[in-house]
Design a binder for this molecule. Structure first.
Ligand SMILES: [Zn+2]
Length: 204
């Protein structure tokens, strides 16, 4: 048994509701879930690179851009459409700590971006994200120390967070309403830096 499989089966003993339903699926908070060890992401990306060559890193970033755009679109609508009480009920039922989400009440693009990252922390994506600098429509600097893909790849001596760089770019494209955005992963835990930092620039 590999280390990853071993970790998965150890984890499975402690899941909230590990018993499969009568249909043989796992449900959490009324939704179907598939549990994956976060190391599986790097394995998947590495296999893609083996099959399709190094160029696939750019493609992975492009997939991230689409994913980030879709996440932003759906969550922006979700935050706008649901009443405050509905949101609180949903978050509470899901077992999340509400503190980080409640502290941001507005609905400007920056507020929505920060709410999405607040939510993202509770589903295991990036840990706490600092929006270190933000000038709407021009420049933003996102810093995070616990990105799941950096953890997944481990310290490799190079910057490996293609997928998340794309996701951050896609989210920013949605909220700034322009496709003319460049994203650069300027420092990376995989390369031995203290934190992952992604900068986005309007490239008009
Ligand atoms: Zn990184």
């Amino acid at each position: 048994m590999t280390e990853i499989q071993d970790a998965f089966y150890n984890l499975a003993e402690h899941l909230v509701n590990p018993d499969p339903t009568s249909e043989g699926t796992i449900q959490y908070s009324g939704r179907r879930f598939v549990y994956l060890h976060s190391k599986m992401f790097s394995k998947l990306f590495e296999r893609m690179e083996e099959v399709a060559g190094e160029d696939v890193r750019d493609r992975i970033e492009m997939i991230g851009i689409r994913a980030g755009y879709n996440i932003a679109e759906n969550m922006d609508r979700h935050f706008r459409e649901k009443g405050v009480m509905d949101k609180l009920k949903l978050i509470k039922e899901s077992g999340f700590n509400m503190k980080d989400i409640l502290k941001i009440k507005g609905s400007s693009p920056r507020d929505q971006i920060e709410k999405i990252f607040g939510y993202g922390m509770h589903v295991g994506w990036l840990g706490e994200v600092d929006l270190e600098e933000y000038e709407e429509g021009k420049y933003a600097k996102y810093k995070y120390e616990n990105g799941f893909d950096a953890f997944s790849h481990g310290e490799t001596g190079e910057k490996n967070c293609s997928f998340i760089t794309g996701v951050i770019q896609g989210m920013t494209i949605f909220f700034w309403d322009t496709g003319n955005i460049d994203a650069e992963h300027v420092s990376c835990v995989c390369a031995g830096d203290d934190a992952c930092v992604t900068e986005v620039n309007f490239d008009g």
